[in-house]
Design a protein around this ligand. Structure first.
Ligand code: ASP
Length: 631
């Protein structure tokens, strides 16, 4: 077959090219017939050019033109000419010209399309994933995959410029725990033994520090076998980074430099040289989450100063029980936070219906709140007062309207105004009050559209770049208590350095220990996690023991690491920003599937190649595996 090779791509021709004879290769994006003239929009990665088969075209050309359908793959040879003024399309870079076709070669035909290739496809997810090659032909997908490629390049450019080596680590490893289940690969050579796919290159990058490489990075694939939920993917990509002889602030500054470079270069957005920092405690107290979206305020207030003077028994009980728990814990030498009553003010929210408030309450209950109390701020003769819901508990005298000193102190304290709605959660565990009200805040942010430009494509979009609010969360608790299993777990991973001042109380009061660990949050999404690591074998063993890993098991699983630490391991730390999330946020998308070329669907399945799939009995035999089917 004759392949007429292109002399120019479909996005390149301008008015100044008029008169040139060119060859284009591409796909039929749209075809229109107008009174004997055919217009073909020919598309490739770079753009669309209009080819025209004139009325007086030779019969053979007209015959080919009549056969063309969307997504036929063509070569078109012809002469560039200016479009008649009334046909100029200012929205297309090539809109001032067209190519008068003299020869068309059909390089391949296309079947009936399952959906139209367009900027916005209305096809369902599984259909898009089954025909991903067609979905990827859309400019929207092409632009996102281009963005991803550019981001990866900018990352490499910056990291290499800063003296980092890009070093690969193996995909077949001994398990690295990051808190998820491993994907396992059975060993054919060693029956009954398995490789694990890395949940992250964590242990290898630490070993690379022991090996003296000092500054490492890798754009690394990570595999975590978690229940398909939300926007999770079984495999995802991390910009994995590790550095020697550094403190937390060195890692933070390096990361700020990296993002500053990437955002400036790709989106033309100037990020602040230093990102806002919040301690974990501040984030929880003010936003009720360790992934706060700083694009809107609506902060959580501490309502406890008014509980004692009021008569809301549920609030008093929550604080009373919390205090009793705290004292009991203290008697055992363990710290506990006590109870909490938190409030937030919805500006101009007094018009909320009971049903709307119930919806917010349902959200709070998902996060274990017992209820969501509310009251409204109204305007009285001269001074505002509280009404509705819980307002009656804050009257100066029982049965009177809540317009006295107590109500005024609440209104001023919360910086509320007439027309506002006050929402409150009380719990004997302060963390529950914070988290539940934080979830209400996030829902309100979405429902009320408090985030200007949210959901707008940020890259290459006429509306301009979106808003990017980065925030570091630092001083996280080192351990979390797993109530189901009745044991302490590492909040990040087992290799995080507990802050020095807690080393003496590690075993006695794990709940009080803060780790030298940090998260980077962007617009409410966790973009990166990292920590300063343990490099002392004895301290590492203590951590294993606190989370209930027996010495023997620790030796078997991580002996190589603790042994490596005995050979002059340097102090080190690192971080791992998620590449998929980064590109998703830069593209103004809300799902990482939009920026992964071949993602799995929400059930961890790839509809295109029907994966995971069956394997032959022979393969199973070679791997010494037998499938036991559950009846
Ligand atoms: N390995 C960690 C993770 O994947 C990141 C880090 O600590 O550098 O979450």
């Amino acid at each position: 077959m004759e392949i007429l090779k292109r002399t120019v791509n479909c996005g390149a021709l301008r008015k100044t090219d008029a008169g040139k004879t060119v060859i284009l290769n591409g796909w039929v994006h749209r075809k229109r017939d107008h009174g004997g003239i055919s217009f073909i929009n020919l598309r490739d990665r770079w753009g669309i050019t209009q080819a025209v088969i004139d009325q007086d075209a030779p019969a053979e050309l007209a015959g080919i033109a009549s056969e063309l359908r969307n997504e036929y793959c063509l070569a078109v040879e012809g002469k560039v000419r200016p479009r008649p003024p009334e046909m100029v399309n200012p929205d297309m870079p090539t809109g001032e010209i067209e190519v008068a076709a003299e020869r068309i070669v059909i390089l391949n035909r296309s079947g009936v399309l399952p959906f139209q290739i367009d900027e916005k496809t209305s096809a369902g997810e599984d259909l898009r994933l089954k025909y991903r090659y067609l979905d990827l032909r859309s400019f929207a997908m092409q632009n996102r995959i281009r963005l991803r490629s550019e981001v990866s390049f900018a990352v490499r450019e910056w990291m290499t410029g800063q003296g980092f080596y890009e070093i690969e680590t193996p995909t077949f490893i001994r398990s690295t725990p990051e808190g998820a289940r491993d994907y396992l690969v059975p060993s054919r050579l060693y029956p009954g033994k398995f490789y694990a796919l890395p949940q992250s290159p964590q242990l290898y990058k630490q070993i690379l520090m022991v090996a003296g490489f000092d500054k490492y990075f890798q754009i690394a694939r990570c595999y975590r076998d978690e229940d398909a939920r939300g926007d999770r993917q079984p495999e995802f990509t991390q910009i994995d980074i590790e550095m020697s002889f550094v403190s937390r602030d060195d890692v933070l500054a390096m990361t700020e430099g990296l993002f500053g470079h990437v955002f400036k270069k790709i989106l033309g957005v100037e990020l602040p040289a230093r990102f806002t920092r919040l301690t974990y405690e501040e984030a929880m107290e003010r936003y009720g989450t360790d992934k706060p979206d700083l694009r809107f305020d609506m902060l959580l207030h501490d309502f406890s100063p008014w509980v004692e003077q009021g008569s809301f028994q549920a609030f008093k009980d929550a604080l009373g029980r919390g205090e009793a728990d705290r004292k009991e814990a203290a008697a055992k030498g363990v710290s506990a936070s006590g109870g909490g009553v938190k409030a937030l003010v919805v500006k101009s929210g007094a018009g909320y219906s009971r049903k709307q408030i119930e919806e917010l309450e349902a959200q709070a209950k998902i996060y274990r709140a017992k209820g969501l109390a509310w009251m409204k701020v109204a305007c009285g003769e001269g001074s505002p007062f509280l009404e509705g819901g819980a307002a009656k508990f804050f009257a100066d005298t029982a049965g009177a309207p809540a317009d006295g000193e107590l109500a005024r102190s609440i209104i001023t304290g919360l910086k509320a105004e007439p027309g506002d709605l006050v929402l409150m959660v009380a719990d004997s565990r302060r963390s529950v009050a914070n988290t539940a009200l934080g979830a209400v805040r996030s829902k309100l942010g979405r429902d009320l559209g408090l985030v200007p430009g949210a959901g707008q494509p940020a890259a290459g979009n006429a509306a301009g770049p979106g808003r990017f609010e980065f925030v570091w969360i630092v001083d996280f608790p080192m351990f979390e208590f797993n109530e189901e299993e009745n044991r302490w777990e590492a909040a990040h991973h087992l290799f995080t350095w507990p802050q020095e001042q807690y080393h003496a109380v590690l075993e006695r009061d794990p709940g009080s220990v803060k780790g030298d660990l940090y998260d980077l949050v962007l617009n409410g999404y966790e973009l990166a996690s990292g920590s300063i690591r343990i490099h002392d074998p004895e301290l590492q063993k203590r951590i294993f023991s606190i989370v209930g890993i027996k010495a023997e098991e620790a030796e078997k699983k991580f002996g190589f690491l603790t042994e490596a630490f005995t050979y002059g391991a340097p102090p080190h730390g690192g971080i791992a920003p998620g590449l998929d999330r980064l590109v998703m946020l830069m593209a103004g998308e809300t799902s990482i599937k939009e920026v992964i070329t071949f993602p799995k669907n929400s059930f961890a399945v790839s509809p295109m190649d029907d994966c995971p799939g069956d394997v032959d009995q022979k393969q199973l035999d070679e791997l010494h595996l037998r499938i036991v089917k559950n009846e």
